[in-house]
Design a binder for this molecule. Structure first.
Ligand code: SAM
Ligand code: SF4
Length: 348
């Protein structure tokens, strides 16, 4: 097989077989990586030019009933500092975000029983009453079909639920007693209900092979999510995976670029995790086809408590100054920050 021919095929047809994707991941070198990133950037440019969408992330709870082996919020982590935000705090953050130009708010948190359907509906309606033209994204884990439907009907627009790994055995090895099938069912339910749904996976998980990553790529190609969150795995000191190596920027960037080619219109963040392993992570991600950034809008008092992994980037950057400095840095790197909801073009 010829590696550049595979990349060209990805560019021309937005598809490649399992065998071709595996060959690409197994054999990519500096020269072909440059070719891949160039094609991914051209594809991004076709639909989004050089623009970057901005989401304001509010981390609503560090309580979690789950025990994912990789995550600092897992329920067995006795050192985790727990907090939760209620309606008024969340609406305050969302309004401050709106003033700074964040026209999408993302509410993310552990799976916390405090956030019943009634509570979430109250939060969604309160935000939508204040900011009717802004988009609202939820990322609060697995719930029943009926629950997701109620949240959608209350006004939530998008839902992020990374599939984490599309290989059942790998998924189960990092999720104590959790069902892989249930995770996938949740994602399909979100799509069916009408959310702009987001899947996604970590790169560099312990024992992850290129075959596993090909499973992720084929899975997202088949699911066609509106959004896809791809970031490196980073160990957290109070989890069973504390001594494992983090994913690399090189590999994550390759996966972002291939994803852009497979799903040309997808909303693809350059994640905080990517910036956390490399100070140039955001720019490298954007150059490889990412088109979204998600700065933190959580109250300063809780930021350190939302600790998923070690050495999280930008943790104490002030919102207002930070917003200006992002715009400046993006401009220097050739990108333009846009103040808009930033929907997937297929949902406009
Ligand atoms: N609890 C919800 C869930 O799991 O879908 C949403 C919040 S969870 C903290 C958001 C994402 O953080 C997860 O989907 C996972 O991919 C990522 N994450 C957690 N621990 C991580 C780690 N150690 N390294 C990189 N990403 C991590
Ligand atoms: Fe909870 Fe999400 Fe962390 Fe898993 S990844 S422990 S579900 S917050």
């Amino acid at each position: 097989m010829d590696i550049k021919a595979i990349i060209q095929k990805l560019y021309d047809t937005n598809d490649a077989s399992r065998e071709e994707l595996l060959y690409l991941l197994d054999n990519i070198d500096d020269d072909s990586k440059k070719f891949l990133i160039d094609k991914a950037y051209k594809t991004r440019y076709k639909y989004f030019k050089n623009t970057v969408f901005m989401r304001g992330l509010i981390e609503i709870s560090s309580y979690c009933k789950k025990d994912c082996l990789y995550c600092g919020l897992r329920r067995s982590n006795k050192n985790a500092q727990r907090y939760r935000l209620d309606v008024d705090d969340i609406v305050e953050c969302a309004k401050r975000g709106d003033e700074l130009g964040y026209k999408t708010i993302v509410l993310q948190g552990g799976e916390d029983a405090f956030y019943t359907d009634e509570k979430m509906i109250q939060i969604i309606k309160a935000i939508k009453k204040e900011l009717p033209n802004n988009a609202l994204t939820l990322s609060i884990g697995e719930r029943s079909y009926d629950s997701y439907k109620k949240l959608y009907e209350a006004g939530a627009d998008r839902f992020l639920l990374r599939h984490e790994s599309a290989t059942k055995s790998l998924y189960e090895s990092i999720h104590n007693n959790e069902s892989f099938e249930e995770r996938i069912r949740c994602l399909r339910n979100l799509k069916e209900i009408g959310f702009q749904a987001g899947a996604g996976f970590m790169v560099g998980l312990p024992n992850q092979t290129n075959e596993d990553l090909v499973n992720d790529l084929r899975f997202i190609k088949e699911l066609e999510p509106a959004m896809c969150g791809i970031g490196p795995f980073i160990p957290h000191k109070d989890t069973p995976l504390r001594d494992c190596s983090a994913g690399t920027i090189e590999k994550t960037v390759i996966l972002l670029a291939i994803t852009r080619l497979l799903l040309p219109k997808v909303l693809l963040p350059a994640t905080t995790a990517l910036s956390s392993i490399d100070s140039n992570g955001r720019n490298e991600g954007l150059r490889a086809g990412a088109n979204v950034i998600m700065p933190n809008l959580s109250p300063m008092s809780v930021r350190k408590k939302y600790s998923l992994y070690n050495n999280k980037a930008f943790i104490l950057d002030e919102d207002a100054e930070y917003r200006d400095s992002i715009e400046e840095k993006l401009k220097e790197a050739g990108f333009e920050l846009v103040v808009s909801r930033g929907d997937n073009p297929d949902f406009i």
